[in-house]
Design a binder for this molecule. Sequence first.
Ligand code: 3PG
Ligand code: MG
Length: 349
Amino acid sequence: MTLPRSVEDADVRGKVVLVRSDLNVPLEGARVADDTRIRASLPTLELLLDRAAAGVRVCSHLGRPKTEEDREKYAMQPVRERLAELLPDERVTLLENTRFDPGETKNDEAFARELAGGCDLYVNDAFGSAHRAHSSTVGVARLLPAYAGLLLRDELVHLARLLGDVERPFVIVSGGAKVEDKLGVLQHLGSRADEVLIGGKMAEEIRAANPFSFDTVLPSDVVAAAAFEADAETQVTPYDALPEGWLGLDIGPRTRDDFAARIAAAKTVFWNGPMGVFEWPRFSDGTVAVAHALADCAGFTVVGGGDSVRAVHEAGVADRISWISTGGGASLELLEGKELPGVAVIPVA
Ligand code: 3PG
Ligand code: MG
């Protein structure tokens, strides 16, 4: 993969730098519920400060604001406060939600000019938004000398290990409900994998008719629930013997062991999508087992996508995964073989 030129090679002393980070974090009321993305954006900001930038203007979108009320709901203030706690430096300012300007998502040039105004150069560190061709990710890069931030480059480097020659066995674990969203990735990646393990809702859809040109490993048993409820009556059944009207809400114990053994033997693993309704503790064992199996695997392990990343954190094994991507859609599009517009617009070194 050709990497965009790095902020490390930019001369930033005395300059005002516009930084696009992905600070699109989950909120609980007016509080940042998870600051992973804020923390992940710090190394680039610290580098700019260490190298004596005169000003660091950070911008990001937050949520998908549409109405007037959304302007309150998605105001940057909680993110600004958290960022100031983590990085108290007067030279850092956080602009208001880029999506409050209707031009942003249209990659409007006038809005890009507004963002670029008074800045000397531009650093894109927003890997999670690199699949969006917006004013703050693409437009400004055409107006200012553009560089890639440390996180953006790190994501590309680590995810590229899944694109090139991988160490084998290469195992892909996929789940979650949105089969259509993942077909592209799996078609691109799956035929290169030695094994594709599929759980969750996705497995059910694939069992009926395999849409892929390769074989998949499907669950052999399932935790069945009498209703789609957190406290529903449950029983473990063979995967192909679900009682009429019952729902498979997690992979069963035999499948957990089977998947864990296959993951243990892998040299490269990519996981996207939970094995069941893991938000409900009684249906989380399969997803937690996969998280632990990745953590215990000695090979190169990558987790991408919001739900699986959350599962890895909740299972307490995040520090034993080789790479946790801050990008959901962006990592999927990259692995699908697509060019990311926010990356393509930055000159290579
Ligand atoms: C994400 O959370 O996936 C990124 O921040 C992109 O957000 P978007 O899907 O609203 O463009
Ligand atoms: Mg998204």
